[in-house]
Design a protein around this ligand. Structure first.
Ligand code: GAR
Length: 202
């Protein structure tokens, strides 16, 4: 059974989707054991506690550098013997120190079809660019910005009357299905990375 930690800064709808998948039995080889947040009042912390999952706020203000903060995260994750780190709306760029502590053991979900529209505002960028198709991407985290090997991607059409709000809610509905699927594949040992390509074993 893989021990999963979820790192999130906000609402936590992806955490909810992952916990629901676990409840349904769709995450047969993994269990969420810990939720960490960099925001004291992030709703994700309450959601985790309600579901009976240990949830901790780790305050960036207590650290003078990104490395020092990330080392604190790594210490907590290692103490909890975590096998997989899941970034779910964690709005900080993790440092090389963090990435090297969990090589090919960190997944992220991003609200665009990478490599298009990386960064913090994937939905806004797609709309501003006038893209007709966007979507979401689950990828392994490497030392770049949203640049690691892609595990799963799914397209979402942009429609004429879309606003940031309507497009985000359609993209997130897909995220809620795609992320648990990717996490399950990882936990069952079905992902193999060679260079930039991630193969799904059968
Ligand atoms: C998700 O839509 C995720 O794709 C996005 O934050 C949202 C978190 O929502 N992540 C990024 O933009 C990362 N660059 P949630 O807190 O409801 O799961």
């Amino acid at each position: 059974m893989k021990r999963i930690a979820v790192l999130a800064s906000g609402r936590g709808s992806n955490l909810e989707a992952i916990l629901e998948a676990e409840k349904r039995g769709d995450l047969s080889s993994g269990r969420v054991v810990l939720v960490l947040s960099d925001c004291a009042d992030a709703p994700v912390l309450e959601k985790a506690k309600k579901a009976g999952v240990k949830a901790l706020f780790i305050d960036p203000k207590n650290h003078s550098s990104r490395e020092s903060y990330d080392q604190a995260l790594v210490d907590v994750l290692k103490a909890a013997q975590v096998d997989l780190v899941v970034l779910a709306g964690f709005m900080r760029l993790v440092s090389p120190l963090f990435v090297r502590s969990f090589p090919m053991q960190i997944l992220n979900i991003h609200p665009s079809l990478l490599p298009s529209f990386p960064g913090t505002d994937g939905i806004e960028q797609a709309l501003a660019h006038g893209a007709k198709v966007t979507g979401c991407t689950v990828h392994f985290v490497d030392e770049g910005l949203d640049s690691g090997p892609i595990v799963l991607q799914e397209a979402v059409p942009v429609i004429q009357r879309d606003t940031v709000h309507t497009l985000r809610s359609r993209v997130q509905a897909v995220e809620h299905r795609l992320y648990p699927t990717a996490i399950d594949l990882f936990c069952r040992g079905m992902l193999k990375v060679e260079g930039r390509r991630c193969y799904i074993l059968d």
